[in-house]
Design a protein around this ligand. Structure first.
Ligand SMILES: [Zn+2]
Length: 251
């Protein structure tokens, strides 16, 4: 019996939506590159330009985000220009996110941690989760470039794990692309410049922060017997259709 709620016509797309440019590189770029290698269309949507960041300017950060995209070899990157630090899960922000979801029609969305050190992350998680669901309501009408958009609801919204440790519900092996992940992070030269310069040092600009990213990936990998992994949290139960989809390393 077919599921009346099942939908076809997605773009075989995985979309990452996050508060700040570099959230994605730090937390889920491994998965995005793995999905790209398996033939998916992979798109990043940054909610803000990270204009409140201590180091760099919006112009430089914009260039760094595109440099990182190039390193990762993904398909597109969009920026919604919401106000860093002050965006809310309000109607205007939700409609902006819905427009992106309906434009690319992703089956899977990856987004910020539900709560974290930076307060924008939890608010972004709520905004994206709600917008993803509401995007499936046909009576919410949106347009892009003057053309009405069809409703589209992704099958899953997964939250990546950021600064504060949260126990993952599942992990994804990213070992083949770990080196590239670090390369993508380093494309944010103003944020992760580990050489002394005239800009103030921040929590994330020191070598120990980057080492922490490697250690976290190693810890997630350790749980399943792979060198490196990224962890995710899901509200909706994940289903597999085949045990062969499980990584069956002996641990
Ligand atoms: Zn962030």
């Amino acid at each position: 019996m077919s599921n009346p709620l099942s939908q076809v016509g997605g773009n075989n797309c995985v979309m990452a939506i996050a508060a700040h440019p570099d959230d994605v590189e730090l937390c889920c770029s491994g998965v995005l590159m793995m999905e790209k290698m398996q033939g998916k269309q992979v798109v990043i949507v940054d909610l803000t330009e990270g204009e409140l960041g201590t180091r760099g300017t919006p112009e430089i950060r914009r260039q760094e985000a595109m440099d990182a995209l190039q390193v990762m070899g993904l398909d597109a990157r969009e920026n919604l220009g919401l106000p860093d630090g002050f965006f809310q899960s309000d109607k205007e922000s939700k409609l902006a996110v819905i427009r992106m979801i309906r434009k690319y029609r992703p089956e899977i969305i990856l987004t910020n941690a539900p709560n974290d050190r930076h307060p924008d992350h939890g608010r972004a998680a709520l905004l994206v989760k709600e917008a993803a669901w509401m995007s499936g309501l046909r009576k919410i009408e949106t347009e892009l470039d003057g053309i009405a958009q069809d409703a589209w609801r992704p099958a899953y919204v997964f939250h990546f794990i950021q600064d504060r440790y949260l126990a993952p519900h599942f992990v994804y092996d990213i070992s083949p692309v770990m080196e590239k992940k670090l390369e993508a992070i380093k494309a944010y030269k103003t944020q992760f410049n580990t050489q002394p310069d005239e800009e103030p040092q921040t929590y994330i600009s020191t070598p120990s922060f980057l080492q922490g990213i490697i250690d976290r990936a190693a810890m997630m990998g350790k749980m399943v017997g792979t060198p490196y992994a990224e962890g995710f949290i899901t509200e909706k139960m994940v289903a597999i259709g085949n045990f062969d989809h499980l990584i069956q390393n002996i641990t």
